[in-house]
Design a protein around this ligand. Structure first.
Ligand code: NCW
Length: 482
């Protein structure tokens, strides 16, 4: 018999799970909440698989007590959730106290269970009333976001210490305003670049104001980052494809936040394809904006799911499947995409068609640490990582089980990749599995299940999957077995 060798996590490493308001709360028309852009987008024919919506979702709004008890049972040390702007300031303006109260109750429940609340202010659910005024393409939205951040701090500043401004601004700009795949479903390069700038501006302003109120807060942002690998390192077209993907996914956000500048190569690439968009964007980037965006942050949240294997020549065997779940017309989220091709490299893929490549997380953490975080004195957290699999519920005796062996392996692999990065000197202090619960997976509706806890959407019954039990075991041991 061989004995597994435990690989321990650093003492202060935090284990958690993540969710987002629109994806789990439901209660869409209760206690003064008004439509967000996602409520409206769900009504657009063909925008979301099965025309699913967030009206009920996981009914977390009513079941948060039991959900927190479940987190406690699993041993989670921290819980990353988002607050809904549409609940708290339903028209983007006046404050709705009933909405604020929900988050007070949730945070009190977490604190009572000794779980650290990790609050994200914006996970894509802009009040529809603000979209009607141009949404994130309108600069006023950045100011209103800052006001909303302060409203949340008024309510929770005494109880919440860790604040994340935005989740994945790449998604709420380019995927939403340029690719049309996420709400509000527009197809404009100009709106995409404007939205990205105003999101970043809102982030910077909010950090500045929150910091001025309370120096002890731990402030940051969460980005979806990737590793863009060229098919052939010695082929200039392949290397250029990787540069453009890296630039549009990663550097477009990392450079302004950490260096107070946008990547010049990408500005020029976009100018080539849409000079008008870049002219509008140049006019929108006002003096002082970049200084605001680069207000120092304490934590950078890294969301990692998969890498990009790209080249500059059409592949002989292109990857099967894509990222668009519906038949809605698609446009690339990358303004500069001509001549970039995704290639197949034989890695396993999840049902989202996302590659599984834990080593990519090590590479990514090392790169972000060396080039951005360490020089700025910012520490890293993996604020999302997870996988959707076609889970099956089985009944064994009178116990329900989900034997999600793939997800168990995914979890262990990525935790191992984090340990590899930590051993190489990266200051990475925590991991949040995405997601605690199966939930509303945006354009994929309820079809894709990312949870370590299964949700039966007919009964709202929660069933911890094998991955939840394994995660709980790992958290208890503070180690993975080799
Ligand atoms: S869609 C997405 N996700 C998933 C979502 O549930 C969560 O709210 C997000 O933070 C899981 O993690 C994030 N990420 C965007 C994927 C990019 C798709 C790229 C499409 C290119 C055409």
């Amino acid at each position: 018999m061989t004995t597994a060798i435990p690989r321990a996590f650093p003492q202060d490493f935090l284990f958690g799970a993540a969710t987002a308001a629109f994806q789990i709360e439901g209660a869409a028309h209760e206690d003064g909440r008004r439509d967000s852009i996602w409520d409206a987008f769900c009504r657009v024919p063909g925008a979301v698989i099965n025309a699913d919506n967030g009206d009920v979702a996981c009914d977390h709004y009513h079941r948060y007590g039991a959900d927190v008890a479940l987190m406690k049972e699993l041993g989670l040390q921290t819980y990353r959730f988002s607050t809904s702007w549409s609940r708290v300031r339903p028209d983007g303006g006046a404050v709705n106290l009933k909405g604020v109260d929900f988050y007070k109750r949730l945070v009190d429940e977490l604190l009572g269970a000794d779980i650290l609340p990790w609050l994200t202010l914006y996970h894509w659910d802009l009040p529809q009333a603000l979209q009607e005024k141009g949404g994130w393409a309108n600069r006023d939205t950045a100011d209103l976001f800052t006001e909303y951040a302060l409203t949340m701090h008024d309510a929770l500043g005494d109880r919440v210490n860790v604040w994340t401004t935005l989740n994945e601004p790449w998604c709420s700009s380019f995927l939403s305003y340029t690719a049309g795949l996420h709400a509000p479903g527009h197809y404009s390069v100009e709106e995409g670049v404007l939205a990205a700038h105003h999101l970043l501006l809102g982030h910077g302003q909010a950090v500045r104001e929150l910091r001025a109120r309370d120096e002890s807060l731990r402030l940051g942002i969460t980005l979806n980052l990737t590793v863009a690998e060229p098919v052939d390192e010695s082929d200039p077209a392949d290397v250029d494809a990787a540069r453009r993907i890296d630039g549009q996914f990663n550097r477009w956000f990392l450079d302004p936040i950490f260096r107070a500048q946008y990547p010049v190569d990408i500005v020029e690439d976009i100018r080539e394809v849409d000079a008008g968009a870049i002219a509008a964007w140049e006019a929108a980037v006002r003096p002082g904006d970049l200084e605001a965006i680069a207000t120092p942050i304490d934590t950078l949240g890294v969301n990692y799911y998969h890498g990009e294997y790209v080249g500059g020549h059409e592949p002989v065997n292109p990857p099967i499947g894509g990222d668009a779940p519906t038949d809605r017309p698609g446009r690339s989220p990358f303004p500069s995409h001509e001549g970039i091709y995704w290639h197949e490299r034989g890695l396993p893929r999840t049902p989202m068609h996302w590659e599984v490549q834990p080593e990519g997380l090590t590479t990514l953490l090392e790169r972000v640490w060396d080039e951005y975080a360490q020089p700025a004195g910012t520490v890293l957290y993996v604020t999302e990582n997870g996988a959707a699999y076609d889970d099956e519920l089985v009944v064994e005796g009178d116990v329900k089980r989900v034997h999600d062996a793939d997800r168990v392996e995914f979890l262990r692999g990525h935790l191992g990749a984090i340990l590899d990065a930590a051993e190489a000197g990266v200051d990475v202090r925590g991991y949040f599995y995405w997601s605690l619960l199966d939930n509303f997976e945006w354009a994929w509706g309820y079809e894709k299940r990312f949870g370590i806890v299964r949700v039966d959407y007919d009964t709202q019954e929660r069933t911890p999957k094998d991955s939840a039990l394994e995660y709980s075991r790992i958290i208890g041991a503070r180690a993975i077995d080799l």
